[in-house]
Design a binder for this molecule. Sequence first.
Ligand code: NAD
Ligand code: TDX
Length: 336
Amino acid sequence: MKRILVTGGCGFIGSNFVRMALNKIKGIHITNLDALTYAGNLKNLIDFKDSANYAFVKGDIRDGKLVSTLIKDGRFDLVVNFAAESHVDRSILDPSDFISTNIAGTQTILNAAMTFQVPLFMQVSTDEVYGSLGPDGYFTEITPLAPNSPYSASKASADMLVRAYFHTYNYPTIITRCSNNYGPYQFPEKFIPLFVTNALENKPVPLYGDGKNVRDWIHVEDHCEALWTVAEKGKPGEVYNIGGNCERANVDIAREILRLVGKPDSMIQFVKDRPGHDRRYAIDNAKIIKELGCKPKWNFTDGLKSTIEWYKKNTAWWQEIKSGEYKNYYAKQYGK
Ligand code: NAD
Ligand code: TDX
């Protein structure tokens, strides 16, 4: 596995994956194709700007001509598709980019990878495609897909296409479905970085509904390690769930963040619920542990502490984001 094409490598998980792979594996080369939407930030990988092992290409996975030329000339051993519109609340405000990037964009790059015989295509998907759980049970790889938001519907559609390319054309693809990530470089629209940065700015933290929705949290480094393991040892045609074994209610995380930042619980502001808000996600990760020997290493309290330290040290990174286009989104979403 020498030459890798990563899409969406300027976002949160993609940039952590590129950093981990370049630091850990000798002799690889990564090309990062990213459209630099509001969520893509060149600063996330500034350390590798002049590295001989890294190349950045500004471009859109929906651009068939560009994608074909890049893959035809690239001699890639692997494509890892991170590029996506990723925020559920934005998909509720306007689904159109979610449909075009997450579905049509995935098909465009998948088709080019097959046409120019890249040996493996990995689709980075999400546990949200399985829908919502009640108080009991877990998502396994054979849980039926039942997406509830325009975001998760678009990711489920992409998964179906990736599956179809394996079954119809015998093209080697793998789908991974991970639970909620947290860690450095996460865009401050998402729950944990939004609450951490609002708390640091002495602003209220907006908790949806009764705050009792449950997510299964995983540190982004554990997700990236798992993706690398899947790339090396995973079986084409398979789906692998990736989870953190770490279910938490949102209200408990909100309180833990405020305690770690040294702010009172009274900063929690209960706000109108997200429409169609999934109640609970929980991953059964027995398959990836048993078949590929891959387990998460971070414990949540240490991971949250180190994430908060990262946001404290990198105030310029998120303050620049929060004072840009994001201000308009925040005003629309939270009425401020
Ligand atoms: P992100 O929003 O932080 O980053 C997305 C990146 O994709 C950005 O750099 C953006 O510029 C790029 N991009 C968007 N549209 C593009 C297009 N048309 N062409 C090229 N580049 C484009 O997202 P993230 O949180 O890092 O998520 C990465 C992937 O992982 C997504 O596919 C997401 O569905 C999946 N995922 C995320 C989580 C999570 O908790 N964040 C969990 C499971 C799976
Ligand atoms: O302001 C908020 N208040 C709040 O209570 C925000 C932004 C979120 N929430 C709640 C909604 C969810 O129950 O926190 C939980 C987490 O919300 P998000 O960070 O928006 O994540 P989620 O909707 O669970 O989706 C995430 O995990 C799966 C990622 O954004 C997806 O890309 C990934 O596929």
